[in-house]
Design a protein around this ligand. Sequence first.
Ligand code: S3P
Length: 434
Amino acid sequence: MGSWRVSRTRAPSAPQTLLVPGDKSISHRAAMLATLALGESEIVNFLPGSDCLATIGALEKLGGRMTWLARDRLLVRGGQQLRSPGQPLDCGNSGTAMRLLAGLMAGQNVAAQLHGDDSLSRRPMHRVVDPLSRMGARIEALGQDGCPPLRIDPGEGLRGISFAPPVPSAQVKSAILLAGLGARGETSVRESTPTRDHTERMLPSFGVSLERANGSVSLAGRQPLRAARINVPGDFSSAAFLLLAGVIGQVEVRTDSVGINPGRTGFLQAMERMGAGIRILARRQAGAEPVADLVAAPVALRGARLPASLVPSAIDEMPAVFAAAACARGQTVIQGAAELRVKESDRIAAMAAGLRALGVECQETPDGARINGGSVRGGEVDAQGDHRIAMAFSILALAAKGPVTVKGVELVDTSFPGFTKVARSLGLSFESIG
Ligand code: S3P
């Protein structure tokens, strides 16, 4: 297991402008849709992190032909009938890869088994197995209590359904829409709480027509997909850790060309409630997605009661919110965040344990935590192999009174290749300690 000791060095003397890698969610979807689309698609600023590379590996085994034009630029020749790979597909640490591929493959009527690492093997899959079965897919979760591996067998072909996911989940919504592409009739997904809508935004670029109204999205199955060029914006979730550094550190931080899809930016509202106004500059459209340059400046944070309604649009940034709360004077209440318990780790438990190890009073609740912040000391925390927990505690070292040793950091490249290099430019040093 990898560990590093993170220490504060001299703060940079000037504001820092940083580029964040491409968006993970959008990269997964672009590769999958390009594999279905007839012709040559080009994906620019693709995220070459291990999660998205797992998707690429699986798509190649299903018959997608991938050529790397650069480390973050991918040419996909798609449109062939997908083939059953005859070997298990490894989704690594990625819930998005497993759930979205399950939908895509069920719709294309291929047979395959999907498996993942220890963390992914503990994550619930009934949320996609149940609706896909209703569509007529022959899909089964082979692990305990509906966990991976997943087995998909060819069936009679899918039929569209009308589905309302019981938990707000863009992965579930997207899995059903991807399955719907191969189904007879219409598929529609109705959400009571909006989640990131990258799939719905991207499908028309590949020539798919769909309808969106009042929280639902509907598409007719068996429409031909045609190749597209997709420019992937910077990943808001990666930017959030750097913006956190701007807020709790010594120097202003600016991240350029970052996606600001409204289903992703709840972190900005959380910071606002805690007293940090992160500025949104040069709002513009990059293809189907809104992007902007974001600027965060050091400020004294104050605790706040964060509404549950904010959580779905900040779901991946909640570790950064916990870290901010540790620095804020007064109490921060996080609620309505039970989904965090079934992410790459139990993120409520992992953040609460780590904060307590750094001397911060933090009481776990079933769906969140109460954090009394203000003073953070050095110490040792366990990221439990979860990339976002590793980044949250590493950045928190900027505000800690001593070095923070973070165990279980080996998967940090999952979403943010080069994280330590960027974090060094913010005044942190990383000493690998095995
Ligand atoms: C994702 C959706 C979210 C998020 C994950 C990526 C996606 O998961 O946490 O990192 O790409 O659709 P849920 O949809 O399960 O909330």
